[in-house]
Design a protein around this ligand. Structure first.
Ligand code: NAD
Length: 364
C-alpha cells in the first residue's frame, strides 16, 4: 500500500513525539511492505512565527492532498497574549473545520500494567474499554454571534450553542456504526433538562436509533455522565455527545487511564481522510527535556492505520507492542511510580520498535 502522510509537529513537545512516531510508522512500513511518504507542514505557534497565520494556506493544501494527517500539539505561553485569530489553537479549529472533520473519536482503554497510575481504585478500572464520540465542528466553539458587548451598561460576552438536525444526525450515525463493531451500546449525553439544543439532540438520537435496532441507546445528562465516568466507567461502551461536553468528558476520562500521555484520538469525516493526534497538549513545561511520553501519538498512528487505511493488523501490532512495553515496566516520567526509573521519549520508542520486531519474528 502507498500512502502520503502529512506530519504537523506543531509546538512544545509536538516535534519530539512526531519524530518518534514517524520511526514507528517507518518500521511498520518495512515490516508489512508498505510505502508511507511523509511530508511536513506548519501549524499553531510555529506557523504563526513563520507566516503570521496559525494555519497557512500551504499547510491546508498539503492536508487536502494527503491520505492522513498526524499532528503533535499546538500552543504555548509565547502566544498566550495573541489576539484570538492569531492564537495557535485557532489553527486546529480551522483545519478541523476546513476538512469537515466532524467526528472526534477518543478511545479509553485501561492497560493492566498501568492500573497503579490511575487515581481510581483498581476494582473500578478493570476492563474499562470505552469510546467517546465527540461532535467537533459545531456547538459553542463555532456558533455565532461570539463577541464582547455591553449588557445593561456593563461589560458582557456572548457565545452561541447552535446545532442543526443534519449535524446531529451524522455524528449519531457514526456512533451507532462504531457501536456495532463493539458492545452495541450507545449512551447519548446531553443537557436536555435545560438546553434547547440538547432537546433537539435527544429527539434526533431517538430517530437515528430506530435505524440500528441491534444497538441499545440510552440518554444521560452531562452532569450525571461526569459522575458515572468516575463511579463506574465499565458501564460505558460508546458515549456520543456534543462538542463542549465531549471536550470536558474526554479529558476527565483521560484520568481513568492515569495519564494524558496515553490517550490517542482521531478526527474524521465521512471520507477516510482523518486527522490523528494525541489528546494532550503541547506540554511546554517539559518541551525539549526528552521526558515527553510519545505513546498517545504512537497509538494515534495506530488509529490512523486502522481507520484511514483499513490496516487493522498493523494497527493491532502497534497496540500489542505498546502493551508489551508497558508490561515490561518501561515508563516515561508521567506514568512512572516514584520508585521506578523513568526513560526518555526516544528510549520508550526504541522499546516499542523492538517489541514490534518481536512480533514479526514470532509470526514468521
Ligand atoms: P498539556 O496537555 O500540554 O499538559 C498538561 C500536563 O500534562 C503538563 O504537566 C504536561 O507536562 C503533562 N503532559 C501532557 N502531555 C504529556 C506527554 N505526552 N508526556 C508527558 N507529560 C505530558 O495541557 P496544558 O498545560 O493545559 O496546555 C499547554 C498548551 O497546550 C496550551 O498552550 C494549550 O492551549 C495547548 N493545548 C493544545 C492541545 C492540542 O494541540 N490538541 C490540547 C490541549 C492543550
Amino acid at each position: 500500500m502507498e500512502k502520503q502522510i502529512l506530519l504537523l509537529p506543531g509546538d512544545g513537545i509536538g516535534p519530539e513525539i512526531i519524530a518518534e512516531t514517524k520511526r514507528v510508522l517507518e518500521e511498520i512500513a518495512r515490516m508489512y511492505r508498505h510505502t508511507f511518504r511523509f511530508i511536513e507542514g506548519r501549524i499553531g505557534g510555529d506557523a504563526i512565527d513563520a507566516t503570521g497565520s496559525p494555519l497557512p494556506e500551504e499547510t491546508l493544501g498539503l492536508a487536502k492532498g494527503s491520505d492522513a494527517i498526524l499532528l503533535g500539539a499546538v500552543g504555548g505561553p509565547k502566544w498566550d497574549g495573541n489576539a484570538p485569530e492569531k492564537r495557535p489553537e485557532k489553527g486546529l479549529l480551522q483545519i478541523r473545520k476546513a476538512l469537515g472533520l466532524y467526528a472526534n473519536l477518543r478511545p479509553v482503554r485501561v492497560l493492566e500494567p498501568l492500573m497503579g497510575a490511575s487515581t481510581l481504585k483498581e476494582e473500578v478500572l478493570a476492563d474499562v474499554d470505552l469510546l467517546i464520540v465527540r461532535e467537533l465542528t459545531g456547538g459553542l466553539y463555532f456558533g455565532e454571534p461570539r463577541e464582547r458587548r455591553q449588557i445593561n451598561g456593563e461589560d458582557g460576552a456572548v457565545d452561541t450553542l447552535l446545532y442543526t438536525r443534519g449535524e446531529i444526525e451524522r455524528i449519531l450515525h457514526q456512533a451507532f456504526q462504531f457501536a456495532r463493531t463493539r458492545k452495541k451500546r450507545v449512551v447519548s449525553v446531553d443537557k436536555a433538562n435545560v438546553l434547547e439544543s440538547s432537546r433537539l439532540w435527544r429527539e434526533v438520537a431517538d430517530e437515528v436509533a430506530r435505524e440500528y435496532p441491534d444497538v441499545t441507546l440510552s440518554h444521560m445528562l452531562v452532569d450525571n455522565a461526569a459522575m458515572q465516568l468516575i463511579r463506574d466507567p465499565r458501564q460505558f461502551d460508546v458515549i456520543v455527545t456534543e462538542n463542549l461536553f465531549g471536550d470536558i468528558l474526554s479529558d476527565e476520562a483521560s484520568m481513568i487511564t492515569g495519564s494524558l500521555g496515553l490517550l490517542p484520538s482521531a478526527s474524521m469525516n465521512t471520507s477516510k481522510v482523518g486527522l490523528f493526534e494525541p489528546v494532550h497538549g503541547s506540554a511546554p513545561d517539559i518541551a525539549g527535556t526528552g521526558a515527553a511520553n510519545p505513546l498517545a501519538t504512537i497509538l494515534s498512528a495506530a488509529m490512523m492505520l486502522q481507520y484511514s487505511f483499513g490496516l487493522a493488523d498493523e494497527a493491532k501490532a502497534i497496540e500489542v507492542a505498546v502493551d508489551r512495553v508497558l508490561a515490561q515496566g518501561v515508563r516515561t516520567k508521567d506514568i512512572a511510580k516514584a520508585s521506578e526509573n523513568a526513560v526518555s521519549t526516544t528510549a520508550i520508542t526504541n522499546a516499542v520498535i523492538e517489541a514490534l520486531a518481536l512480533k514479526s519474528a514470532s509470526s514468521r
